[in-house]
Design a protein around this ligand. Structure first.
Ligand SMILES: [Zn+2]
Ligand SMILES: [Zn+2]
Ligand SMILES: [Zn+2]
Length: 143
């Protein structure tokens, strides 16, 4: 007459990773980059020659972690410094910029990162910037 033991409640450990996501969210976490963008028409025709990653902000001379405008090749500081690249976008509508801190490409109009290794128009300038920053070509990525 023994009943099967149905009372065993194995408690899972609390999933702390969910809290981690809530805390760190999209600011520092990896955000999926777009593989297409409608704002590439205004890119500079000569992205083989760009300023070095050590170039200071053209407006305030902030020395590092600046952005390169891929339309006019102006170097300006980030939204975490004096927002000069953001102002540049608002004044000129130049949407696409490359970060000299991590070589990511941001489109202000899409409000998203762009995958520079997938989007054909961005690939060469990403490679040039990578070589300027690290002294070697970027590793090939298998997609
Ligand atoms: Zn875009
Ligand atoms: Zn600045
Ligand atoms: Zn520009």
């Amino acid at each position: 007459m023994a009943k099967p033991d149905a009372s065993s409640s194995s408690r899972q450990e609390d999933l702390l990773e969910e809290d981690y996501d809530l805390i760190y969210g999209s600011d520092s976490g990896w955000v999926e980059a777009r593989t297409s963008c409608d704002h590439l028409a205004s890119l500079s025709a000569d992205l083989a020659h760009i300023p070095t990653p050590q170039t200071p902000c053209n407006s305030c001379q902030h020395p590092n972690e600046n952005w390169l405008c891929l339309s006019c090749k102006e170097v300006l500081c980030s939204r975490f410094v004096n927002k000069h690249m953001l102002q540049h976008y608002q004044q000129t509508n130049h949407s696409v910029a490359l970060s000299f801190s991590d070589l990511s490409v941001w489109c202000f109009s899409c409000d998203a990162y762009l995958d520079a290794q997938v989007i054909q128009q961005l690939r060469p300038v990403h490679e040039v910037a990578y070589i300027l920053k690290f002294g070697e070509a970027p590793p090939l990525r298998t997609i």
